[in-house]
Each structure stands twice: as structure tokens, then as C-alpha cells.
Ligand binder design. Structure first.
Ligand code: NAI
Length: 323
């Protein structure tokens, strides 16, 4: 089965070829209405987080003979599933590759933000060994609230247990076996010094962290988002940072990241004023959606995606079909 793999990077080619891929067209462009023609003659497309999979694109894919959409990610908030179903397109994802990759990136972001290691590194390179302005706080003994206790959230809980934090969790499907108190969202926001977002983006979690909820948080609390950008209302977060209420923000994802991330734009004028404002805060740390980006996760993504394609070719059903 021929697969058109969109948003292809060098590392995608390497991981898919290492996993034994054949019959793949690696297409650098993002999938959208302008590039959909590249899928002509392919039975499947393979898409990533910022590829466009709305109804018009899905219709074009179906008209070109595509029958299967292979997401090489866990989240599927960017797919119009109702349209896919209407068009008879199967949609598969990689539900689990390395939850550790994202959980460990959450820790990396948080520690960098609160111990200011990125700023310290820059200072030392400049020959500035002054510590003023680099004061951090211990995580040990602090209350950490984890929103979303699925595959990634559970890894996060274990990591922060190991650091000696007091844990709180919030999830519509609480799991008592995790041994962590599950509380309502507002209570978690009121009590936690550190809030970690590990839930999927869906209609219930869109702008879950808005102005009202930010006001519930402790002054000086720190927020980390490695889930999906639109789980937080970025404008409201900026207002809270400006007022000095939110003490710090670390994000691996951004609401409007599709126009920015996964490309070198260092020679371009930044057109996104909201993102530009975020970059001005000394207490904001941003990475460009790299939580998944480990050797183990890339290998897992390629293997599961190819297994999805093989199962579909054999039985008409991919292994990890959505919903
Ligand atoms: P999962 O499906 O295993 O777990 C998600 C958990 O969130 C479930 O327990 C679910 O009940 C809970 N949840 C749903 N609605 C909620 C709400 N309103 N409030 C609190 N919790 C809620 O998903 P997994 O694998 O843990 O991934 C979580 C998300 O992380 C993905 O959906 C994706 O958006 C994001 N992600 C980010 C990556 C990155 O590179 N930064 C890579 C992989 C995933």
C-alpha cells in the first residue's frame, strides 16, 4: 500500500526506513488544500500534528483514492472525525509510543524554568558568574497538580513522587489505584504551586485554563503545558503574567503553532504578536513541540504506524482505529 507521508522531516525518513518502510512518498509540505494533490495514487496518507485534516481536505483525499489516514501522533483533535466517517475513511493513530518522552520533557521544562538554567548557561558563556536573578525554589515538598492522568500523566505522577512532591490529580476518570488524591479542577488550581497539563485537547478542555481559572491559582504558581496549545487561553495567560499573578509558564505547545513550529523561521519577521509577547517574559520558557522527540518515541511511532497500515491492508482495519 502506497503511503503519502506529509510534513516529512529528515528524522521521519530515517525512523520509517529503519522500521522497514517501503512504498512511502516523503513529502516535506504540510498537508492542506494546496498540497493534497501529492496524495494522488496513494491509498493512505500519514499526517502529523499540524497537518490539516478538516472536511475539505478529507474530501479531496477521498476523491484521490485515499482510504486510510495514519496519524503519527497520539492526539487527534485536528481531525474532523465525523467527516472521515461520512467519507468512509479509516483514521488510525499511535496511542502510545513513549509516554516517558513527554513526561520527561515536562520535568525538563519545569526545572529549567524554576532553576533558570537556560539563563544561567547564557550568562556563564558571557563570562557573567553573578547569581542575582537566578533564585529558584525546591520542588521537594511542593504541591504539584497533574491535570489528566492517562499514559503521560501517570509517568508524570511517578516522576514527581520521586522528587518528594505532594501530588494532586484531576481527571474525569479518576483511578484510585494511582494512590494520589483526585480533586476537582478548581481545588487543584487553588492548592498547587505547580500545575501540569497532561490532558488531550477536546471541546471540554479547550481553554480549560482561562482568566477565571488563572485567578483561582496561587500567586506565583507555575504552569506547564506539554499537551496541546489550546488547552490554555494564551491571551488570558499573558494578562496574568503581566499582572505578576502567574509566576511562570513553560510550554511545548502553542494555540497557533501550526503557522510557526517545525520550520526554521529565523530569517523571517515574526507575524504572531501574541507569540512575540510571550517571548518577552523572562519567566516564560518555550520549546517548539519537541516533547515526543526522542529516539525511542520516533522508533515507536514509525513501528506502530507501519503496523496500522499493514493491519489495514490485511483486514480493512488499522490496529489503533479512532474512535
Ligand atoms: P491518554 O488518552 O492516555 O490520557 C489522557 C487523560 O486525560 C485521560 O485519563 C483522560 O481521562 C484525561 N482527560 C480527558 N479530559 C480531561 C479533562 N477535561 N480534564 C482532565 N483530564 C482529562 O493520553 P496521553 O497519551 O496521556 O496524552 C495526553 C495528551 O498529550 C495527548 O492527547 C496529546 O495532546 C499530548 N501529547 C503531546 C506531545 C508532545 O510532543 N508535546 C506528544 C504526545 C502527546
Amino acid at each position: 500500500m502506497r503511503i503519502a507521508l506529509f510534513s516529512a522531516k529528515r528524522y521521519d525518513r530515517q525512523s520509517f526506513l529503519a522500521a522497514g518502510a517501503r512504498d512511502i512518498d516523503f513529502i516535506e509540505a504540510r498537508l492542506d488544500l494546496h498540497t493534497v494533490g501529492a496524495a494522488q495514487g496513494c491509498a493512505a496518507v500519514c499526517a502529523f500534528v499540524n497537518d490539516r485534516l478538516d472536511a475539505p481536505v478529507l474530501e479531496q483525499l477521498q476523491q484521490r483514492g485515499v482510504r486510510l489516514v495514519l496519524l503519527r501522533c497520539a492526539g487527534f483533535n485536528h481531525v474532523d472525525l465525523a467527516a472521515a466517517q461520512r467519507l468512509g475513511l479509516a483514521v488510525a493513530r499511535v496511542p502510545e509510543y513513549s509516554p516517558h518522552a513527554v513526561a520527561e520533557h515536562t520535568l525538563a521544562l519545569l526545572l529549567t524554568l524554576i532553576r533558570k538554567t537556560h539563563r544561567a548557561h547564557a550568562r556563564v558563556r558571557e563570562g557573567n558568574f553573578d547569581l542575582d536573578g537566578l533564585l529558584g525554589f525546591d520542588l521537594h515538598g511542593k504541591t504539584v497538580g497533574v491535570i489528566g492522568t492517562g499514559r503521560i500523566g501517570r509517568c508524570v505522577l511517578r516522576i514527581f513522587q520521586g522528587l518528594g512532591c505532594e501530588l494532586l490529580a484531576h481527571d474525569p476518570q479518576p483511578d484510585a489505584s494511582l494512590g494520589v488524591p483526585f480533586v476537582g479542577l478548581e481545588e487543584l488550581l487553588r492548592r498547587a504551586r505547580v500545575v501540569l497539563l497532561q490532558c488531550p485537547l477536546n471541546p471540554q478542555t479547550h481553554h480549560l485554563i482561562n482568566a477565571e481559572r488563572l485567578a483561582c491559582m496561587q500567586p506565583g504558581a507555575v504552569l506547564v503545558n506539554t499537551s496541546r496549545g489550546a488547552v490554555i487561553d494564551t491571551r488570558a495567560v499573558i494578562q496574568s503574567l503581566k499582572r505578576g499573578h502567574l509566576g511562570g509558564l513553560a510550554i511545548d505547545v502553542y494555540e497557533e503553532e501550526a503557522e510557526l513550529f517545525f520550520a526554521d523561521r529565523s530569517g523571517e519577521v515574526l507575524a504572531d504578536d501574541v507569540f512575540a509577547r510571550l517571548l518577552t517574559f523572562p519567566n516564560v520558557l518555550i520549546t517548539a513541540h519537541q516533547g515526543f522527540f526522542t529516539e525511542e518515541a520516533l522508533a515507536g511511532i514509525a513501528q506502530t504506524t507501519l503496523a496500522n497500515a499493514a493491519a489495514f491492508a490485511q483486514s480493512g482495519w488499522p490496529l489503533h482505529v479512532i474512535p
